[in-house]
Design a protein around this ligand. Sequence first.
Ligand code: GLA
Length: 745
Amino acid sequence: MIHYASETKTFNLWLDTSFYVFQIDGEGRPVHLGWGLLPEGAGAADSLRGSVYADSYDTLLSFYTQYRPDEVLAFGEIITYQETLKVHFPSLSQQPDASEALHFPVRDLRLRYVDHEIVTDAQPGLTPLREQPTQNAAPRETLRLLLRDPAYPFYVTLCYRLTPEHDVIERWLELENRGDDAVTVESCNFASLHLPNGHQELTTASGAWAREFQIQRERLKPGLRLVESRALQTGHASNPFFFMNRPEQAWEDSGVVYFGQLAYSGSWRLAFEQLPTGQVRVHGGYNPFDFGLSLAPGERHVTPSFNCGVCREGWGGASRRLHAFLQERVLPRSANWSGLRPVLYNSWESTQFDINFENQVALARRAAAIGVELFCVDDGWFGSRSSDTSGLGDWFVREEAFPEGLEPLVAEVERLGMRFGLWVEPEMVNPDSALYRAHPDWVLHFPGRPRTEARNQLILDFGRPEVVEHIFKVLDDLVNRYRVAFFKWDMNRYTSEPGSAAGREIWLRHVAGVYSIMDRLRRKHPGLEIQSCSGGGGRIDAGIMGRTDQVWLSDNTDAFDRLAIQEGFSMAYPARTMEAWVTDSPNEITQRPSPLALRFDVAMRGALGIGSNLNRLDEAELAAYAEYIRFYKRFRHVVQHGKLYRLQRLEEYGTSMILYVMPEGREAVYSLAIRDFLTGKHLPQAALRGLNPTAVYSVRDWHGDEVYRLNGTELMTLGIPREPNLVAGYSRTLYLVQIEEQNYV
Ligand code: GLA
């Protein structure tokens, strides 16, 4: 609910368990008053009047004005600390005298209240097309607060869209130049968040290729802590989400936690700032690094959103809110959406570049026989792509590998009852390719300067509309021709020499180009599904999730390493989007062997995929794969739609114990995996969560055998009975189903 108390000009944003309040001060500036949890029992009628609290900042000592928590911190009046937005006006309409002219351009923006409206269904920038279906399309209230600079007709609309049931507010800015001169935007966050003093404990994820999503926890010191990407994609080094709480006042299960995530896949930045006063701010948006945006007269720019919220149920509660928000409001539903992610087979680890019709058909037959539903051919099927040195950009079939074209393989995959998927890396080109030879000017570069290659490839310049159009056409043709049901959309390098036809705006235009191609493809082919991949987990965020169905988390498929990567991912993103493969042992990257049970138990925590070389497995192994896949299909709706509880985190005991639960505790999936066995230590008892205490549960193992019959209260107090085989690499998945009480003997 959004309520405006006109007598004190106070805006109340009320969500199910939290509030957000700000006020227009005597000068017309929106000033933050508070954000936190509502007292239990507070009703809508109890909204805050604010009693002219905001003006108190002006009456304090002169140095204190710099601490005023403006809702949008506009560079000019307040510059001592980080700004939300900085623009410059080349001149003003009135002609200054010569000596005044020396002071141009004007780097001073004042934003004063003009008007506000409360609307439904306002959209942040770069959201997928409105008609793209999501699970929940119920309209949401949005506050739009119109502000303008008193001297120059530059308007900024501050937007707040509420999803009360998850306590999430999406924040964004709309910039509009109604003047006669171009306005240059020097930096632009989507929002600045003001947290109550003392919320200095910060949780983020950092990583690298094959080691994504490693959780970091630290205490902010006075000053700035930056988490960012300086690339055209989200990056492996950090991910745009965070949790913040009072130091040691929040844990997995309890405590007040503020959380946030950016819905953007390009060069982003989160700046965590602690002022000397103890005030804590989080600024999130476009990375000011090499940033460029200019608004011509009449032009508008709408930023993507910074999604944020607060809850009292600890980090676990923050994760569950983000999961539910993304599942219901962000993830697309293709026309093929059955409610469940299919079991996928991908050929990359089996055949790498050595792919041909024979080995792919053999893999497809075995995959179908063990229960796979979607067969994806990876890199190497096109152009002259027999290694990573050539062919990228030439999206026609490699004849040497598929002399009859891809059609016979597609037909066989479909005959076997599976859908057909294809790997593509549309933003890239190898210099050794027909595309590059025809269009050497289509790549990012500076004239007369070297073009640095990475993995032997260059980046196409999405600042040129004809390049974006070309890529759309190529992918559209592939879908039409091969009935592609699934693209694995990859991006395998970082940026260098960002010279583009779009100048510095390339950082924005690249992301907008990628999104627009995906959106157009999905609109034209409503059954098409897409997976986001960037050398593993380099493009995972709430923006890409608006137009992709799942993400590739890491090229590292070692089950031991994967536990930490998956746990970090689970902080912000739902299991349904997490494609996870069972691959061969020893692992290709780490050379570490691991038991088949562990590999399945870890991969079954997300959207299960198989990457093993099925052509080399014997009958007994194939039978075991088939039995695991059958088991997974019985409970995958619980993993893909249930609530996640992290019962035991890796960081304490090297053991991960998680639970997925359906509403009212109807069904649950329990998963235990021991990464490090700590000799002499006893694992703590892990009481299960979210079950029905009065129901009786049949607890079944992967053969479908009932291993325990326990009631909800037993499970939610004593937990699953102590496991007998506690050694590193031990794992277990159990499926809990409620049974009728009268059958309980
Ligand atoms: C990237 C992906 C892999 C695979 C290769 C193919 O590394 O993350 O899964 O598709 O590219 O070249």
